[in-house]
Design a binder for this molecule. Sequence first.
Ligand code: PEP
Ligand code: MG
Length: 583
Amino acid sequence: MTFALHGIPVSKGIAIGKAILISRAALEVSHHLVEAGKEETEAQRLLDAFEQVRLELDQLRHGLPKDAPQEMAAFLDVHGMILADPALAEKPLKLIRTQRLNAAWALTTELNDLLEQFSEIEDAYLKERANDIRQVAERVLKALNNQEKNSLVSPEFSSFGESGVEAIIVAHDIAPHDMLRFKDHAFTGFVTDLGGKTSHTAIVARSMEIPAVVGVRHASEMIRHGDWLVIDGEHGVVVVAPDEQLLSEYRVLQERAIEETRKLQQLKFSRTCTADGVSIELFANIELPDDATHAVELGAVGVGLFRSEFLFMDRNQALPDEEQQYQEYRRVVDLMHGLPVNIRTIDVGADKALGAGADLSQTGTSPLGLRAIRWSLTEPEIFLTQLRAILRASAHGQARIMIPMLAHAKEIDETLRLIEKAKQQLHQRGQAFNPNIQVGAMIEIPAAALVLPLFISRFDFLSVGTNDLIQYTLAIDRADHAVAHLYDPLHPAILILLANIIGQAKRANVPIAICGEMAGDPSLTKLLLAFGLTDFSMHFSQLLLVKREILKANVGVLQSRISQVLEAIEPVAQAEALENLFA
Ligand code: PEP
Ligand code: MG
């Protein structure tokens, strides 16, 4: 039966494909399709892992000291029985043989089904057995994982593209770093139950130029593995099991969208300047060094925001050391061929967790917690390591340091002191760096916006993080779909703040950019031009769309109309003033 679900559109375009349901547990394991013809080998791997766990449990059972509590033996017996029950392996084996899911994926799929069935049981004793099943399955997954680590094949999602499967990921939630793991794979769309428009997961989806709808609430319960789906990333609609007529209508829309993207490519080489001759600079936001290639191809004049924390978020790896970081930063600098690169120091916390190499308890999950520079200042050694790596990269091009989430003068002073210390350390080692490296601050806390002279006098450049500025001004968790409807870039308070920040920085002759998602939203380009903004930083996927708006705009006219917008606090008056501005 065809039905539609609605959520928050976060990445434009139409995707048509089959649902691949990914559970939280499944995200922790590798999942890929096994090569055709290799199904039996994969099935055997699963059976071997079961056998390995059986031996482990036997060993544990026999190795129990005589005075071990009786429950211990009983516990191991229960696990042995669960493992020996052929039903546990039966379905995963079928999934491997018929759908070519890799063993870990097949097993987690079955595990989730079982856990769901158990969650409906009232009986407390039986409910408790769900935990035993989970623990047994996790042991098998661990055994599989060890096999994979010892094998030379890179299993991560690798064969989707090759097998020609058009897959749409459906998940309850996807963490930003998990999203990045999907980056090189041929998924055609994303649907999640949770998330907001400027959550980092949404930002990564946009950077991948893959249609995505988040905050669909019950999508992962209502959509079944293998269902045909259409995602309309512009309107936030997910059509489940579309009939032939709907499918063909969406195919037409899909073609149109592709054609429009093709047309936009013609703008790549034209100068970025408004109809009345004001030159505008378009920078790119990137998460991974190789993104810089696309930035250059699309005509970005630099990287306005390199979210360096994505190098630190892989849960399977230790934190990169100075040399590894230096190589990554240098790669971006090299790819940008002398253009500026703002390397934003680690911004972990809130919806971005640190990788396995760090103490996870140290960063808060609250957006008001130990995030970004606040965290860096509590970990001066990690911060100094990053600063030295950026400084070393500055010997090869225009690497610049950009600091997130500053609010207090004492934070600024401590940050600048540590930058000086990192320089001294490199000097003592005799390593090259640019002693005049530019240092900039992100303006993303209202307090910072309200005391801008503090920043103007201490930094070489400023960049407004509107995603956080909106979050903190309106007290809306940007990753929480429950309050997503209140996340409003056009709230008069936001417009007044932005106009003030841009105006003050311009008057002081300090370069000012916006690198939050507002800069990449073509429907807001005219508004930002009217504020006098000339430096925009956005995902490269948005560059040409924004450029098209810039080419059509007349800054003189826009600026003559902006005071009406800023004075309009009542919704009706604001709507009229904006309509007049955009006319
Ligand atoms: C912002 O807050 O607008 C910003 C660009 O930083 P991030 O989205 O990484 O928090
Ligand atoms: Mg931010």
